[in-house]
Ligand binder design. Structure first.
Ligand SMILES: Cc1ncc(COP(=O)(O)O)c(C=O)c1O
Length: 366
């Protein structure tokens, strides 16, 4: 068995959902579990958040693609599931109907497939409005015509809801979020008839912008214990890391002063050094761009990465940790070493690092 493991902390996941539910003050929680639940394992995350006490249970799940939703249904998840990008063709619309999936409608092509749909299913639809992100969604001025077309479908909708997505909610000093919320609120309040159920907030919306929530919130990264903003650390937000990427020291060597370590010889020993080789590399999802000096926890103590990350291994300078032995635990991130810090060292964000944990890494629930 390979020594590398992604330990997934079930109680931390539940505690984070509880924290977010309280922060969202009564809004219902749609747990965003796309991209294999940000690397944590989509079916196990869904099953965990479908059990437990009422406060730590998700009210619905959100995924990006039909295959993700079908995997959940096949695993026996009966909760509401929302397809955040909607369907990509008419065939997918029929599949979505068969599995009672809620669909986002953001584009003319999706409207046309709904109008041509010949089945009997009454869809629950999240109509997406673009309030400034300029990625998915109808522009505000298109909404009235789109709404009218949706009211004329052969099979009336089970429900029409309204959503938008925030572009800069992680930037606490930037006023774009307030402008997006104001645009959304204008649309909602001028809705013909009963105002629709709404959803606005992602993690940053929930945690930093009380007006940017709606009746449903959509937390992703914060569920996994990661801060959605560089301006705040996860602990201060009451979030606990869910994943630890742990491996072991598999070899130890003495490197004379002046010699180099690894591909490209980018790290050179300034003194006689003790180097620990750890079974973890970019083939597991350790970012290759991590520079020498990036911390690795060896038996709980920080030691610097020495040289380039290889596919299956890294080297760590443990000269100052004389108790390190073969078999010592090496933590790449997790409690004691935030994944946000590792992502920043690699010039990326924790979202990408977590999603990048590869298939060969066993997820072990603890
Ligand atoms: C439409 C939508 N809602 C919610 C989320 C969750 O965002 P976060 O992970 O920042 O909470 C995402 C993630 O990309 C998204 O695309």
């Amino acid at each position: 068995m390979s020594p590398i493991r992604a330990l997934i902390d079930r109680e931390a996941l539940r505690a984070n959902l509880r924290t977010l539910r309280r922060a969202a003050q009564g809004a219902r929680v749609m747990a965003v579990i796309k991209a294999n639940a940000y690397g944590h394992g989509i079916t196990d995350v869904a099953a965990t958040l479908a059990s437990g006490d009422a406060e730590s249970r998700a009210d619905a799940y959100a995924v990006a693609r039909l295959d993700e939703a079908l995997e959940l249904r096949a695993a026996g998840i009966h909760s509401p599931i929302v397809l955040l990008e909607g369907v990509f063709d008419a065939g997918q619309l029929a599949e979505a109907a068969r599995h009672a999936l809620e669909i986002v409608v953001h584009d003319e092509s999706q409207l046309a497939w709904l109008e041509a749909y010949s089945g009997a299913h009454a869809f629950k639809i999240w109509l997406k409005v673009d309030t400034g992100m300029n990625r998915l969604g109808f522009r505000p001025e298109q909404l009235s015509a789109v709404h009218q077309r949706l009211t004329r479908l052969r099979v009336p909708l089970a429900e029409l809801r309204l959503m938008t997505h925030l572009a800069r909610a992680d930037e606490l000093e930037v006023d774009m979020t307030a402008a997006q919320v104001a645009r959304f609120e204008t649309l909602r309040s001028h809705w013909p008839g009963t105002p629709p159920v709404t959803s606005i907030g992602n993690s940053a919306g929930i945690l930093f912008w009380p007006a940017a929530r709606g009746q449903w919130v959509r937390p992703g990264i914060s569920l996994y214990g990661v801060s959605p903003s560089a301006a705040r650390d996860a602990t201060s937000l009451g979030l606990a890391p869910v994943m630890s990427l742990d491996s072991r020291v598999v070899a130890l060597r003495r490197v004379p002063a002046g010699e180099t370590v690894g591909y490209g010889g980018s790290w050179q020993a300034r003194r006689e050094s003790r180097i620990a080789i750890v079974a973890a590399g970019y083939g597991d999802g350790v970012p290759r761009h991590l520079p020498s000096g990036t911390p690795v926890l060896i038996d709980g103590v920080r030691a610097p990465l020495a040289g380039r990350v290889s596919m299956d291994m890294i080297a760590v300078d443990v000269t100052d940790l004389p108790t390190t032995t073969c078999g010592s635990v090496a933590r790449l991130w997790g409690p004691g070493l935030p994944v946000e810090e590792i992502a920043a060292a690699a010039g990326t964000i924790a979202y990408e690092v977590l999603c990048g944990v590869s298939r060969r890494v066993v997820r072990e629930w603890v």
